[in-house]
Design a protein around this ligand. Structure first.
Ligand code: KPL
Length: 308
């Protein structure tokens, strides 16, 4: 299976490292420093047990150099780059191929469907966690299940992708309720990402500190209420437990939003807590904690240059 990974930050790098020994993998990145290091020495993966290994993988900075069609394109960019990634996917995807988003937040799948059609676009969620340590260096920071939504009529293909991920050491399942999948993951990010970025703490601290756990619970509570108002099938007790479990499983991890803040980059707040606020407004559900978290992150982004 020819695979192309668009976006080689922490998650794209992790999937590239894990998949490369089992399939033909090419990474596409706009980051030239990253590409130079990967092209020269391969990707360096710091495993869950702390062991380090070097993984040889093809890397490109120009989609025009790919020169073939991919059977599977994994989208691992930040949500703000999804439109651009979707256009690249349209030009490089095989006629019977599949483009799969594993990104955080809401709205990514819709953009892929618009670009390549519903039968060639799928969304999945993963509880794998990764940290980008520097150009060409990724740490596997936590393991957990990956679940792939089954697009209508593509059960065979998505099953083959799940089998490949499993062979690569990632516990992977498929599901036909993609909305429930995306909302369950959204709620994990709603509970963890903004708080860890504001407090500058690793994920585990949220459940080790009662006042943090209280804020996490309130944010999750609101998001579950919005999901229910939109008739998404989610059990609140299970959701809250799931968010806390992810904190424990990824205890040392810096959430992707914290990594963005530490690098002075824009975050995905609009498609995470911001999406809960916007959809809550539509559904008439109050979301004051998510609104405050959204505005605090926006304020943090806007004042980055003035930080003392
Ligand atoms: O998805 C994540 C992220 O950081 O964006 C979690 C699961 C919270 C892991 O850190």
């Amino acid at each position: 299976m020819e695979q192309l990974i668009i976006g080689t930050g922490a998650m794209g790098g992790l999937f590239g490292c894990l998949l490369a020994p089992h399939a033909s993998v090419t990474l596409l990145t706009t980051n030239r420093d990253h590409a130079e290091v990967i092209g020269g020495h391969g990707l360096t993966l710091v495993d869950l047990d702390g062991a380090t290994r070097q993984v040889a993988v093809e890397v490109l900075t120009d989609p025009g150099d790919y020169g073939r069609r991919a059977n599977l394109i994994l989208i691992c960019t930040k949500a703000r780059a999804t439109g651009e990634a979707a256009a690249v996917a349209r030009s490089l995807l095989a006629a019977d191929g599949l483009v799969l988003t594993l990104q955080n937040g809401l709205g990514n799948l819709e953009q892929l469907v618009a670009a390549v059609g519903g039968e060639r676009a799928a969304a999945g969620v993963t509880a794998q966690a990764a940290t980008l340590l520097g150009p060409g260096r990724v740490r596997h920071a936590g393991a957990g299940p990956t679940v792939l939504g089954i697009p209508v009529g593509r059960g065979g293909m998505i099953g083959a992708v799940a089998a490949l991920f499993t062979r690569a050491g990632m516990e992977t399942y498929t599901s036909d309720d993609v909305d429930s999948l995306l909302w369950s993951k959204l709620i994990v990010n709603v509970g963890i990402n903004a708080l860890t970025a504001l407090l500058r703490v690793p994920n585990g601290v949220l459940v080790q500190t009662p006042v943090c756990d209280l804020l996490l619970t309130r944010a999750v509570d609101e998001a579950v209420a919005v999901a229910r108002a939109r008739h998404i099938d989610l059990a609140y007790e299970r959701q809250l437990k799931r968010v806390r479990d992810v904190c424990v499983r990824t205890v040392e991890n810096r959430s992707s939003m914290l990594q963005d803040i530490l690098r002075g980059r824009p975050t995905e707040i609009e498609v995470i807590n911001g999406a809960v606020v916007a959809l809550g407004r539509e559904a008439g559900v109050a979301t004051p904690v998510n609104l405050l978290l959204t505005q605090l992150i926006q304020a943090l982004e806007a004042t980055a240059a003035d930080r003392l």
